[in-house]
Write a protein that binds this ligand. Structure first.
Ligand code: C2E
Ligand code: CA
Ligand code: CA
Length: 301
């Protein structure tokens, strides 16, 4: 009685190009398979020499990550969101930083996918959630705190219970927490995802759809769940000044979001011109370097 959606990832190594020994061919096919899975699964990859290096880089990051929490190498940065109607800060997005002992600051864009793959994202995600909620409850005034939740963390058994406990322990009002998820959550297992989203809603936690417009069937997802907030992806915002198409798309997203009673937040706003276009079209909030870069709590003005 269960619906199952199997998919296959395939790694390919070619003889004699990639080796003559069975062992080496299998190992290279395995590297290509790893690459296929990392590129989003349900596809094939043919081995290339660079893949070995990429795999080693990932394996090293993965090993270094093992005790990064215990070693206090992670830090949370905060980036403000501006409410255009009241021209006041409405809240902050929490963004993780990794102070690697030898590599320096490692970008989350590099290590979050590795953590997601190895399962380490559960521990890291819990650390982020706990730190963000505590900071918000103790220090960030009245605004909302937005926390990114990755697909694996979201689907982890007990996610909602852990969150509930955390809200209890920190005393943070649920309405002040906004969880940012991407469409990929809804692609993986639709019914389970909607069930979890509904439980979050019941708790009073807000839910935002992140990077909106970058997926391939965004509109369908909006009708499946009543998100509180839509975050318009930076790729549209950066083209607003030069491309009429970008203005038309953003305009449509804003109208749609407004019709569905959702809040619209534009990401990656770097220039006043962009702010003006967004404000004129009815966008509710903006976030971006124009207003402030992500910074440690002590550096927020
Ligand atoms: P995101 O959630 O889309 O976060 C926005 C990214 O855009 C951040 O990059 C932010 O620093 C950057 N940004 C903000 N304003 C501007 C701007 O005006 N111009 C430009 N060029 N960039 C801007 P960051 O901090 O490097 O994070 C990258 C991604 O890593 C995030 O994208 C998010 O997907 C992920 N990430 C970050 N922290 C966490 C976390 O705690 N948990 C999870 N699961 N993912 C996280
Ligand atoms: Ca985000
Ligand atoms: Ca985003």
């Amino acid at each position: 009685g269960l619906r199952i959606h199997p998919s296959a990832s395939i790694g390919v190594a070619i003889c004699p190009r990639d080796g003559l020994q069975g062992e080496q061919l299998i190992s290279r096919a395995d590297t290509a398979l790893y690459h296929a899975k990392n590129s989003g699964r349900n596809r094939y990859s043919i081995f290339e020499l660079g893949m070995d290096q990429e795999l080693r880089r990932r394996q090293m990051l993965e090993a270094d990550m093992a005790d990064a929490i215990e070693q206090n190498q992670f830090e949370l940065y905060f980036q403000p969101r501006l409410d255009l109607a009241s021209t006041s800060i409405s809240g902050y997005e929490a963004l993780i930083r990794w102070n690697h002992p030898s590599k320096g600051l490692v970008s989350p864009a590099d290590f979050i996918p590795v953590a997601e793959n190895s399962g380490k994202i559960i521990a890291i995600g819990n650390w982020v959630m706990e730190t963000a909620c505590r900071m918000a409850a103790e220090k960030l005034g009245e605004g909302t705190i937005s926390v990114n939740v990755s697909p694996r963390q979201f689907a982890e058994k007990g996610f909602v219970e852990t969150l509930e406990l955390l809200l209890d322990n920190t005393g943070l009002a649920p309405e002040r927490l906004e969880i940012e998820i991407t469409e990929s959550i809804l692609i993986e297992d639709d019914r389970l995802a909607v069930a979890i989203l509904n439980r979050l809603k019941a708790l009073g936690v807000r839910v935002a759809l992140d990077d909106f417009g970058t997926g391939y069937s965004s509109l369908a997802y909006l009708s499946r769940f009543p998100f509180d907030t839509i975050k318009i992806d930076r790729s549209f915002v950066e083209n607003l000044k030069n491309e009429e198409d970008a203005v038309a798309i953003v305009d449509t997203i804003i109208r749609l979001g407004r019709a569905l009673d959702m809040r619209l937040v534009a990401e990656g706003v770097e220039e006043v011109t962009e702010l003006e276009i967004l404000a004129a079209r009815g966008c509710h909030e903006i976030q971006g370097y124009l207003l402030g870069r992500p910074a440690p709590f002590e550096h927020l003005q």
